[in-house]
Design a protein around this ligand. Structure first.
Ligand code: ZN
Length: 74
C-alpha cells in the first residue's frame, strides 16, 4: 500500500480582505497629487522668471532630476 508523505495542500483559512472605499482613498489621492505637482514644479520650472526662491539652491538640488525628466537645463 502506497502512502503519500506529502501532506495534502490545505490552505489556511484567510480572512476576507475588506475593500477600501473610494471615499476613503480620494482625499489621500488628491493630497499626493498636489504634492507631486508641487514637486514637479520645483524640478521643472523653479528657475529664472518663474522662480519662487531666489538663487540657484533649488535648481542645484533637483538638477539631476531635471536631466532625468528631460527638462531643458543648460
Ligand atoms: Zn543641467
Amino acid at each position: 500500500m502506497a502512502e503519500s508523505v506529502v501532506p495534502p495542500a490545505v490552505s489556511p483559512a484567510q480572512p476576507g480582505i475588506a475593500p477600501i472605499p473610494v471615499r476613503a482613498i480620494l482625499p489621500w489621492a488628491v493630497f499626493f497629487g498636489v504634492l507631486m505637482l508641487v514637486l514637479l514644479y520645483f524640478v521643472g520650472a523653479e528657475q529664472g522668471a518663474t522662480s519662487l526662491i531666489s538663487g540657484e539652491t533649488v535648481h542645484e538640488w533637483v538638477h539631476d532630476g531635471r536631466h532625468l525628466l528631460g527638462f531643458p537645463c543648460h
